[in-house]
Design a protein around this ligand. Sequence first.
Ligand code: SF4
Length: 194
Amino acid sequence: MDNLFFSLAEEIRKCTACPLWKSRTLAVPGEGIFNKQISDKQIKLFFIGEAPGEEENRQGLPFIGRSGKFLDEMLKIAGVERKDVFITGAVKCHPPKNRNPTAKELKICKELWLDNQINIIQPKLIVILGKVALKSLLDGEISNKEKINESHGTIITKNKQKYFITYHPAAGMRFPKIKKSMIEDFKKLKKFVN
Ligand code: SF4
């Protein structure tokens, strides 16, 4: 599984399937437990955010800088460490001027890479961080009433895969009300993990 995962990451780094490759310095395939030795006993949590920001683009790593620190704080609340989970984005390349990825870019990157990563890792739970990841993975599954403000802190099952929904760390950093909600969400996540 390790080799399969590494070769997928190599392919992602060379990908030119959607226009976002033009604005990237380094693609960000993802990082975490599955870059190391895999133990079947470890809990398989798969976190998915939005798109690489400027610092992530420079270093080729997900969730570094301030939003990464914020995510680490949240992980602590859930009782898990970053080294024990896998973290990636809905798209792997930095969009120009930090704009949101388009629906088409999300679809291409998901079908080419994200679905494969999920298939290889077979996570027990996918944690959706924010609206973009929600759109990428659960668009059409959740009704109009279940936008992120209503659906955060809940688990949705689709094709036997469980998804836990919460906000994006960048939103939690900016808005105290969202941070409060995220803290509650990650406490719920801890119960699920245990
Ligand atoms: S965002 Fe995804 S699909 Fe688009 S170029 Fe990057 S890796 Fe390829």
